[in-house]
Design a protein around this ligand. Sequence first.
Ligand code: PMV
Length: 346
Amino acid sequence: MKATATAHPNIALVKYWGKRDQVFNLPAAPSLSMTLGGLTTRTSVEFLPELATDSLELDGEKDVQGAKLRRVSQFLDLVRAMAGTSLHARVQSSNDFPTGAGLASSASGFAALALSATRAAGLYLDERALSILARRGSGSAGRSIFGGFVEIYDGVYTRDEVDEPLTRRRSETDWSAEEASEMAFARQFAPPEHWDLRCVIAVTSAGEKDVGSTEGMVRTQQTSAFYEPWVQSVPADIERARAAVLAHDFDALAQVAEASCLRMHASAMAAEPGIVYWNATTVSLVHRVRAARADGVPVFFTIDAGPQVKVFCPAHALDACRDLVSGVQGVRQLLIAHPGGGAQVE
Ligand code: PMV
């Protein structure tokens, strides 16, 4: 009744921002990412008859309570229902990178938890089922089950086979969220060794973000005039980004990834009250990266629900990329990642 698993975070190149259904944590649109090797979450789960409640240890902090424990417990309820058990679990999880600052620790966290908890409960799910389960914990976590270049569907747009076009299979209203949830799985479309990209993560603030992604998404959906146009724009971006990755076309990927990031943030900024995840250093980095690209350095940026900036480059341009990022005032720390593998049992 004990298992340990590792998973890596991932960074979306076409962003996920907004849910079609809260209960099934169903995304409103598909998204596309690269899994980040070099940054790892390691999670152990043990179901024990003597426990009266679930317990959580996070990065060495024992007996974590409150919202974090509730979120883990609710996730374990899904695993308990699948396994037909009522046992509580002891969960220990640690990241070798900063938590809660827009580095998508929830992605690697729920991917590692999905795999370790199901194995500890004696369940052997295939990767598709695991990605659906991990997605219930955190939308981006479904993608971290797989390594390399990954897409996740929203239950409306799907691809029957990995090489077929993304097509709208359903209207948004003619089936239940529960059915759609079973179609909202992730899939690898290119392995890590397909393209030797690097991701330089510029940490511009060590604090936890003010507005969590779920709250930010709900507020954007409820109040932003730019939310619907954002959702409508995503499927075409998925096709462009996927084609760019498959063709190793860095310039095309740069264009669509920056556009997707800026559209996502524009929709959030237009909420009421507007959600601004950026600080001054974030904005300086955006300009620095664009100026360098205009000068012929192959780099592009993307930004998630926090102030950190992730700068992508081909491996051969890593030194130039690192120099230009570390030259921006306010950058506190750099983390370097490369395409990584999927979640694994230890
Ligand atoms: O998985 P969540 O609920 O933390 O949402 C992630 C949202 C973004 O990181 C901003 C975008 C993405 O697709 O990862």
